[in-house]
Structure formats: C-alpha cells, structure tokens
Write a protein that binds this ligand. Structure first.
Ligand SMILES: Nc1ncnc2c1ncn2[C@@H]1O[C@H](COP(=O)(O)OP(=O)(O)OP(=O)(O)O)[C@@H](O)[C@H]1O
Ligand SMILES: [Mg+2]
Length: 471
C-alpha cells in the first residue's frame, strides 16, 4: 500500500485528504508543519508527498528544497491556494511533479496521485534496470593482463575496425564485445549476436542473410537476416571457427561488399555493420587443416585482442568473487555473505578450466547453498579445497605439469629450452612414472590416466618410450 504524506497547516485539509486517500486504500500520514514533515520523511520515507505552499514558519518552497536534498527521487505534489499559482509553477521548476488547486476535488487528487505514482514506479524500475545492466556488463579486474585488454578495447572501440576476440571458453569474450559496442559511436544502435556454433548448418544462411517468403520449403514468412538487423550497429559473430565453408564464403562476400542478399531475392541491400568476431579455436591451425578460409581470416583479424585465461590473472580472483557474490545476493534476494580469507585464497589457487564462467557458477552455488553467514574453506568443493599451492615462478606451466616435475629432474632429459619442449619432456617423464607405477601394464595405465589405450600407445610411440629392462 503506497504511503502518502500530507504536509499542510490546516487540520481540515489534512482530514479531508485522509478520508479521500484511505477510501482509495492509500496509507495516510499527516504533518502540520514543514519541520515535522521533513522529520517524518527522514524517518519513514513515504512514496509521495502532498505539500501545501502557504504555511507559517517554513513555507512550501523551503520544505520542497529540503525534501529534494534528502531524496531527489521522492515525488512531491504541491497544494496551491488562492494567489499561489505563480509559486506553484516555480515549484515545478524546482522539482515538484505537479500541483493541485484548492478547493481540492477528490477526483483530481486521486488521478494526480495515481499518475505520479505510476510514473515514479517506471522511473524507479528504469533506474534499477540500468544499474543492473551496468553491473551485468561491468568488467571486473585490475591485473596487468586484463588492463592490457581494456587498453586495446579503448583504442579499438571508437573506430569501425573489425575486431577479433581470441581466448578460451569463459574468459569474457562476449563481455568484451559488448563493451566495445557500448563504447563506440554505434552504442545507440543494435548489438546483434550470432552464435555460429549453435545454429544448424541448414539454417545459418537464412539467419545471417534473411529470406523471402516462399524462398524454400518451410519459409512461410519473410525473415530479416542478422546482418540487416545490425545495420548501423554492431554484429557479433561468435564461435566463428564453427562456420561451414559455404557460410564462410558468403560471410566473406558481405564483408567485402558491405551488402547482403536475402535468400530467394535478387535484390542486394546495402548494410553498414561493424563486425566483432570471436573464437576459442586456433584459427591458424584450422587454416592449415583446410577448415577455415585464409582470406576470411585476414578480413576478420584486423584488430586481434587476446583475452587471457583466468590462470594468467589470478590477482583478479578476489575482486571477481566479491563481485559475483554481491550480484548473486542481489539477484536472489539473499543475505550478503563474505568469503573469508582462506576460502578466497583457495579459490585463487584453483585452476579454473572453465575460466570466469566456472568461477561465477561456483560462487553462485556457494552463496545459495553454504550454511552460515560467511563462506569458509570447509564450504568449498573438495577439488577446490585441495588445489596445490601456487609455485612461485611460471604459474601456468607448473600448474599443468606439476606431477611430472619430480620425475623430470631424475631423468636424463636435457633441460628443455622452449615451453613446448618443457611440456613434452614433462609429459614424457609423467608417462614413464605412471607406467612404472602400473608395472608397465598399458591397460591399467591408460585407465589410471583416464585416457583411451590407443592414445597412450600413440604417446609411447611419439616419445619413443620402451619398457625398461628391470621394470
Ligand atoms: N572481467 C569480468 N568481470 C566480470 N564478469 C566477467 C568477466 N569476464 C567474464 N565475466 C562473466 O563470465 C561469464 C563468461 O563470460 P563470456 O560469456 O563473455 O565468455 P566467453 O569468452 O564469451 O565464453 P565462451 O567462449 O564460452 O562463449 C559471463 O557471465 C561474464 O559476464
Ligand atoms: Mg561467448
């Protein structure tokens, strides 16, 4: 029930408004002078204020200024008597929503209140939505690796240049794409996302380019393609590595000509789109294998931005945890919970293969499921709790190959020079260790490693591993 505060020095006016309002199921509160009114606002935040202009001591204009300094968004309707119309107009300039003339007509009062409340509700929802959107698209983190990404975004965003976002799954490529759009001259236009991996091969062309009614069986209605939808805005081609050769050829043409043809139509339509592409695949390798067109690659790869995996910016994890914890408690109306220092540390040590998406899901789950007011290391899933502590240098390489490190130093392999050599040497030593543990039984070793036997055979051959004479 909306609460309405009436500030008026005349008891008769307060009484009649109380009757009108209570009859319409509003909650009424009254104040006979400005000071009392302001005090009530501070105490109980009404949803709307009816404020008399002419009062002894503090007059309506002064009260209005006070109210606005307390809560700028609180709607105020002035009550104007004889000879105060000019003041009422001035009040509106100072932030009042509307005014009502004395003598008050109950109908006018109710209609004005209803309109004002629904408008202020809309404004409130708008504000909340905007804040929620901003929180949703906020890029959190302060690590040097992330700062480099943000600097590149800042430079690329205002231009029309094609951007290629590279990085593992869950590192925030989509978030970066949206940020580029929001910081471009096209921000007021559409951001159209196409997930090339999710659309079946036979539908993707009509998704991208549209079709005319009746252009193929099943085309019962005309469809506007994503490129056309994104005209003057930005198109985000996600998972670009999953496009078929035929689609690649067509996309290349759009990029070259800046025009599209709907399926079943001979008419070409000019489009002005800014392209952002993303992939978690290694496109250069895909080109080598003949799966991705090199000319399309060069078209797209104008400004490449590599979004680094979370393990290369573990410094960001505490901030991300706080951010996701706050967002979860807001979204699900949960009591805020703190992650204590040891829990945060464990989250920071763990190797998040699904990157930020996996971390976010874990935090969300903990916020919802963990008992107690704070989240402690005991609340974390076993594999996170048990994550090995971070070795000082080369976090990435050692995290990936830790079990092999001991075997390596005892082996006769020469010190590896490149990362690749290091990884291979480590893998080889690791395999030898495991084979020894399992008495060189291939099936058992494969099982222990959770890999197919065929794969293990391939590795043995690749590394020239043979059973030692004495086992
Ligand atoms: N720096 C960040 N700050 C806050 N949230 C982030 C950040 N990076 C990623 N996220 C969040 O993590 C989730 C995964 O990000 P996003 O979908 O952008 O990743 P992606 O690289 O597109 O992954 P995929 O390749 O799997 O599509 C999203 O919910 C996103 O909002
Ligand atoms: Mg994505």
């Amino acid at each position: 029930m909306p609460r309405i505060l009436v500030i008026d020095d005349e008891a008769a006016i307060r009484d009649s408004l109380r009757m009108i309002l209570e009859y319409e199921n509003y909650e009424f509160a009254g104040a006979s002078n400005g000071q009392d009114g302001v005090a009530q606002i501070q105490r109980e935040r009404p949803d709307l204020v009816l404020l008399d202009i002419k009062m002894p001591a503090m007059d309506g204009m002064e009260v209005l200024r006070k109210i606005k300094s307390i809560d700028e968004t609180l709607p105020v309707i002035m009550i104007s008597g004889h000879g105060t119309t000019a003041t009422a107009v001035e009040a509106i300039r100072s932030g009042a929503i509307d005014f009502l003339d004395k003598p008050l007509s109950s109908e006018r009062v109710i209609v004005t209140i209803q309109n004002t409340l629904s408008q202020s509700q809309l404004r409130k929802e708008n504000r909340e939505l905007k804040l929620a959107m901003e929180a949703k698209y906020e890029i959190v983190g302060n690590s040097p690796a992330l700062r480099r990404v943000l600097e590149a975004v800042q430079r690329a965003a205002p231009t029309n240049a094609t951007v290629m976002l590279l990085g593992e799954s869950g590192v925030g490529k989509e978030l970066v794409a949206r940020t580029i759009h929001r910081n471009s001259a096209r921000a007021g236009q559409r951001f159209v996302q196409v997930n090339c991996a999710a659309i079946p091969e036979e539908l993707i062309e009509s998704e991208l380019f549209g079709h005319e009614k009746g252009s193929f069986t099943g085309a019962t209605e005309k469809q506007i393609g994503k490129f056309e939808q994104a005209d003057r805005g930005t198109i985000f081609l996600d998972e670009i590595g999953d496009m078929s050769p035929k689609t690649q050829a067509k996309v290349l043409r759009v990029l070259q000509e800046q025009e599209v043809e709907r399926l079943g139509s001979a008419r070409t339509i000019k489009v002005d789109v800014r392209v952002i592409a993303a992939t978690n695949k290694n496109l250069e390798e895909a080109i080598q294998r003949g799966e991705f067109r090199e000319d399309l690659y060069f078209r797209l790869n104008v400004i490449p931005i590599q979004v680094p995996p979370l393990r290369e910016r573990r410094e960001d994890i505490p901030l991300l945890v706080q951010h996701f914890a706050r967002r979860t408690s807001e979204e699900h109306n949960l009591k805020p919970k703190r992650f204590d220092a040891r829990a945060t540390e464990a989250l920071q040590r763990y190797r998040w293969r699904g990157n930020i998406r996996e971390l976010r899901n874990a935090v969300e789950r903990l916020m919802i499921m963990a008992p107690g007011d704070s989240i402690r290391v005991e609340d974390l899933p076993g594999e996170v709790r048990g994550a090995p502590s971070l070795p000082a240098p080369a976090v990435e390489a050692s995290a990936a190959t830790q079990p092999a490190a001991a075997g390596m130093s005892s082996s006769s392999t020469p010190a590896p020079g490149t990362l690749r050599e290091f990884k291979e040497a480590a893998e080889r030593a690791f395999l030898v260790d495991k084979l020894r543990e399992n008495n060189w039984n291939i099936s058992k070793t494969a099982e222990a490693l959770d890999t197919p036997r065929s794969n293990l055979y391939k590795k043995l051959e690749q590394y020239g591993i043979k059973q030692e004479a004495d086992g």
